[in-house]
Every structure is written in C-alpha cells, then in structure tokens.
Design a protein around this ligand. Sequence first.
Ligand code: IMP
Length: 430
Amino acid sequence: MANVAVIGSQWGDEGKGKIVDWLSSRADVVVRFQGGHNAGHTLVIDGKVYKLHLLPSGIVRQGKISIIGNGTVIDPWALVKEMDSVRAQGVELTPENLKIAENAPLILPIHSALDAAAEAARGNRAIGTTGRGIGPAYEDKIARRSLRVCDLEYPEVVQQKLERMMFHHNALLRGFGAEEMSADDIFDQLMDVRDKILPYMAVTWKILADAHKAGKRILFEGAQGMMLDVDHGTYPYVTSSNMAAGQAATGAGVAPDAVGYVLGITKAYTTRVGAGPFPTEQDNDVGQFLGERGHEFGTTTGRKRRCGWFDAVAVRQAIKLGGIKGVALTKLDVLDGLDEIKVCTAYELDGEVIDYLPASQVKQAAVKPVYETIKGWSETSAGARSWAELPAAAVKYVKYIEELIGTPVTLLSTSPERDDTILMHDPFEV
Ligand code: IMP
C-alpha cells in the first residue's frame, strides 16, 4: 500500500491544506516534516473554516494520528495557542491523536527577536520573512545549540542550554543594536508552557515505523513550496528548510522508500509572498484580478500576495527536484472570466532561450518569461466535480499544462470546499 507525500511546487500557498485534508480521509497517519508556524493551511469543511499553522491537517478528522515531525521547528506558545483555538472549534486533541517528535527543535522568543533584527539589518534587501523566528531556529539546530522538545523534561538542561544559547545570541543582538534578552525570562516562560507540550511528546519515528510495517497509510504533509527550498529555491529569498520529497523522510524519521507517491500541489497561476524573483509577476490589472478573485492574502501574516501567470519552467524544475509524480491543480476557477490566459513556457536570458531557472540571484532577477497565450473561458468552473462540468477551454488549459510540465494532473480542485474536487487517480492507489 502506498504512502503519499504532498509538497508545494511553487512559492507556497498552492492550496495544500484542502488537498491534504481531502487525502487524510484515506490516511491513517498525517505527519508534518518541515517548516513551522510560518505555514498557513486553510481547510473549509461544511462551511467551517480551520486555519492551521503547525498542526497537521489530519487533526480535524477523527481516528487519525497527527504527528509533528523532527524536521519541523516548534514554537511551544504558538502551538498551545493553535491547539486551544482548534479545540474551541470542537476538534478533539489528545496524546492519542497528536504526537510531537521528542527530537524536534524549539523556536524561542530569542529567535523571533533575531528574525526581526536580521530583517531590519537587511534594509531594502529584506527577505520579507513571516517574522516567526524560523530561520534563526534552524540556524541553532545546525549549530547544535537548539533546545529540543525532550529537553523540557529536564529543567537543568534547559537552563544550561539557554545560558549557552543566550551568550551567543546576546552578542549578536548587541551587534544589531537591539535590546538583549534574559535567559532567566525565557526559562520561566518555558517552565510555564512545558506541561502543555510534554504529554504529547512521543517517539514519532518508531510510531511511523510501526505504522508502515502494519501497512497503515501515511500522509506526509509539506509546507511552503519548492521555489522556497533552502537549496533549490530562489536563494536567499527562501525559507530555511527543504521541501523536496527527501526531506519527508529525514524530517519525519522514515526510510526514503517509505515516502511513496509524491503529489505536487500546483496553483493554476502563480503567487508569492515576500521579496525575491518572480519572473511571471503581473504588477498590473491581471495581478489585481487574480489577487481579488483568488483571495490572495497570507493565512499567517495577512500580507497581500504577489500574483502572476502560470510558470511552467519553475513547476517543471520543482517536479524534477521534488520527485513529484502527479500534480493536484488548484484554483482553476480563479481564471474564470479571463479572455486570454498566458503561460510561461521558457525564459529568455541575455538573448538566449533557457528551460530552467539558474541558481544565481543576478540571473534569476534577469530572466524574462517567454509566454504562450491561450483562449480563456467565460463560463464558470467553480464547484465542478467532474470533467464534464468544466468549460471546454478550461479542460484545454489543464491539458496544456500537463503537456508543458510532463506530469499528469491527478487531482483538480475547483473551490475551497472539500468536495469540489475532481479525482483522476487516487494517489494512495497508484
Ligand atoms: P520565513 O519562513 O518566515 O523565514 O520566510 C522566508 C520566506 O518564505 C518569505 O518570503 C515568506 O513569505 C516565505 N514563506 C514562509 N512560509 C510560507 C508559506 O507558508 N507560504 C508562502 N510563503 C511562505
């Protein structure tokens, strides 16, 4: 029986929440494997809206195990707040259905302070981070300074590690001209929150190994998107984790062959939040149209998203790098009513046509999209639940995208509602 990993194939915000929720009905375990509460996954179920940031999307369904894997970074206060807010919406959370990796690193108040100080220091080259401390928390992990969930059991370890960490970071804050922070204050705050986290701590790699062995279906839930991958994205305008399918294995704690089918969530056009290269951006009426029709505001920060045409070059690259086998195409209905639609099929750089996005930030800023224009449709595709209900030109658009990216569209989403989905192949059965 196959497992499925869901990853974003653009700059995030592709509509992963809905697809993961939809797929989680077929899964037994749902695991987040990278990122933190910088993510925002919106689920709409029977008209009720759930906004999740770190909790796996499986949490809103009964009888599933949701795991926050070791590859994530966890802000314990934000997590407790999120847990309280979904509980208030009637979702049951217990140590039986929510498990937090004992080896996941924590995001502390110092990390958000450093995120803000570093962004301010970057001036007009700021990345436009979500300000959640994600980058500095991953830096600490790699520098072997992190406090991890398992440390919360031992106050003396917390104290010791905090002192070492703050010795380092206060020197940085002084350098930035920012106010220093006290290890004792952070210690007290951690001692206040730990009893709300520790009951959920678990040996998650083992739970996953047992589930896999027992033939249970595992759904790996990615956040952000391949173009924000710290290795393969538009560096340095990226987040601080990897999104490729290999990370699903490392960040959940399973063998690579347990990851299974990789489904790339892909919006029928393109958006990005924050700064950085965006070859097909439409800073004009088209961008305005897409932003308004698509409600393109960040779930986490409320920022207006930049909008543009579909970029087949970027998605093709994401498919190859991410190990994507099939695509879930989302928000097709946003294109309803456009007379014509452009699709970027290649880039032009210094008079040459190229079929990939180079790594250099100079080249990334210089590439010009080469467009094909295709006919739009005036009928509505919103809410379609079968191919037959789609306007003929919309079907043609989907087929054209499939051809350009060389990968089948296995799922099509035509509204935020769970059931407005057209299934070509069930990823769990492929
Ligand atoms: P960070 O992850 O907060 O460090 O932000 C780094 C970059 O990634 C910024 O451009 C953010 O806007 C972007 N980013 C982070 N998380 C998401 C997400 O879930 N969706 C879209 N963009 C994101």
